[in-house]
Write a protein that binds this ligand. Structure first.
Ligand code: CU
Ligand code: ZN
Length: 189
């Protein structure tokens, strides 16, 4: 009798223990992946003469916003369009990265109105050619279907007109011209 009761108790308890342990593991797993970090090293494309270089770090916080911070040097003074492009292929310089990363089939523009997922607008280089970057963005993600990890960041020779240029190209590329530097977003710890 005692043996039967013990056996029954065990039969009930074991699955419960398993579920608790499983949930525990799941929670641990979630915890490990709660905060995502990524990095991109920007290097000059053919048109920059190899002078452009820099580093941007991406940190995704708990509410899903991504902070992008770093600096890019070797730029001409002034504004330069910067975008996430579709592909991470930089095998031929910065020319094979495809169009702007566009997860939601929008037109090119700027945050606050219509914009591609990858539209970061402009970065601004000072007299010394250094652009300091500190962007908080709620459009790009480091995880999931719309992750930018593995895609390329391109910095362009001209100012991005943010879709206000009054021609077709403005709603596709922002008339930002050729890329002067690029790199592929990679996981960081
Ligand atoms: Cu671009
Ligand atoms: Zn765009």
């Amino acid at each position: 009798m005692t043996t039967t009761i013990s056996f029954l108790a065990l039969a009930v308890l074991l699955p419960v223990l398993f579920i608790i342990d499983h949930q525990h593991q799941y929670i641990n797993c979630q915890h490990v992946h709660e905060i995502h970090n990524a990095i991109v090293l920007i290097r000059g494309g053919p048109k920059s003469g190899g002078l452009v270089r820099g580093e941007l770090r991406f940190r995704e916080n708990k509410n899903g916003r991504v902070n992008i911070r770093g600096q890019i040097e070797g730029l001409a003074k002034g504004q330069h369009g910067m975008h996430v492009h579709q592909w991470g292929d930089i095998s031929l310089g910065c020319e094979k990265a495809g169009s702007h990363f566009d997860a939601h089939h929008a037109a090119h523009g700027a945050r606050g109105s219509h914009a591609h997922t990858g539209d970061f607008g402009n970065i601004v280089a000072a007299d010394n050619g250094v652009a300091r970057v500190n962007i908080n963005d709620s459009f790009v993600e480091l995880h999931g279907d719309n992750s930018i990890v593995g895609r390329a960041i391109l910095v362009h020779e001209h100012r991005d007109d943010l879709g206000q240029g009054g021609n077709n190209k403005s709603l596709i590329t922002g008339n930002a011209g050729s890329p002067v530097g690029c790199g592929v977003v990679a996981w960081d710890d």
